[in-house]
Design a protein around this ligand. Sequence first.
Ligand code: ZN
Length: 475
Amino acid sequence: MNSPHRAELLARLATMPGCDWRTQADAMAPYLAEQRGLYYGAALAVALPQDTAAVSALVRACGELDLALVPQGGNTGLCGGAVAQDAARQVIVGLERLNRIRTVDAADFTLTAEAGCIVQRIREAAAAHDCLFPLSFGADGSAQLGGVLSTNAGGTNVLRYGNARELTLGLEVVLADGQVWDGLTALRKDNTGYDLKQLFIGAEGTLGIITAAVVKLFPLPRETVTAWLACPSVDACLTVFGRLRAGSGDTVTGCELVSRLALDFVLRHLPGARDPLGTRSPWYLLVELSSSSASAGLGAALETVLERCLASGAITDAAVAASQAQGGDFWRLREAVAEVQRHEGASIKNDVSVPVSAMPAVVAEASTAVEARCHGVRPCIFGHIGDGNLHFNLTQPTGMPAQDFLDQWQELTECVNTVVEKYRGSISAEHGIGLLKRDALARHEPAVALELMRGIKSALDPHGRLNPGKLLPPG
Ligand code: ZN
């Protein structure tokens, strides 16, 4: 759109203090492109405010001009939650300039950072004070704190430390009318009424714009052991997981499930990847134990559990990392799964969670259901077994045109979701709803829950100005 009206709007916005603007197509492009290529956005402009006051002023100005705001962090989301969709009326709010780490308090075990701080940088800042910020996932080298909290990101350390929600003590949020809510407390106990921060975490920017947060820190691990285990079944994986927790003083930090097909994809497409074990197995577990004590005896505890599991057949083979570098190699195999899938053609990704005990049944039933719907489909299954979180990703049958496969997106996703619902699971474990799962949310959430969500949305954003069209279906 290049109408006089657009020029007039941009001229009025340009007078705002504390904001940089991107209005040309090439400058806006990185903010419009969504990493998976599922959506290409459209926006009036991209605003880059410098601080909380500038975000507040921007929200007020957009209110006066009847414009909507689409908050965006590192743009690494997987569900289209940060995609703007209206070239006439939507302004993308990039939070990247709010990138200050305000304080690190080693005595409180807390860190206060602004929304645009990259997760990896927060981890480094904590480590410089001998502390751990445990949030860890594939995109954490570019994901920003505000986006991570807005999607309640999970990752590989949730089992021990919790997801983004559980790591948050306080928030600063710009509300739909431009007011700033300062809830930046570092309290572990606070029963003063409703826990307002929880409303904004996981809300995908539909209720307010998170501008800063106080997060929890932990002692740095001093001893870590990592192993790659072959298991004959998902059931056996659960047995191993239970025995490890019980037999290691509950020091299991990660317990990741990898199917043989997922490992095959990695070995085929990740340069330098090597199978840690000599024989093929249908399932693998990547396990990591860690302790803040340097003399916790984790190696011996792991050995004892592994001997027992080998004797009972719960594992058929094991490789214990002899060095930190080898442990890193095991993790690289796991972390590459999501990325290498694209070399095998189109994929339909499902991020679901179920009770841990239901995982064997869900894997079996969902695999049968998708094969019945699409012969030759290749379930590339991996996930966080300790959290009951499966990435039940479907790779297209060999030789099928990619679009023919993608045309079955909804049917195949519903095959998986139906099984998940049967076991009282969730259709979105750690990636959020955005645009991608919005209609599925409406189908699978109880009517009472949807009504409560709509009530909260209209109370906090009565004019529908914050990230419109995301999370909840319109109307
Ligand atoms: Zn994951």
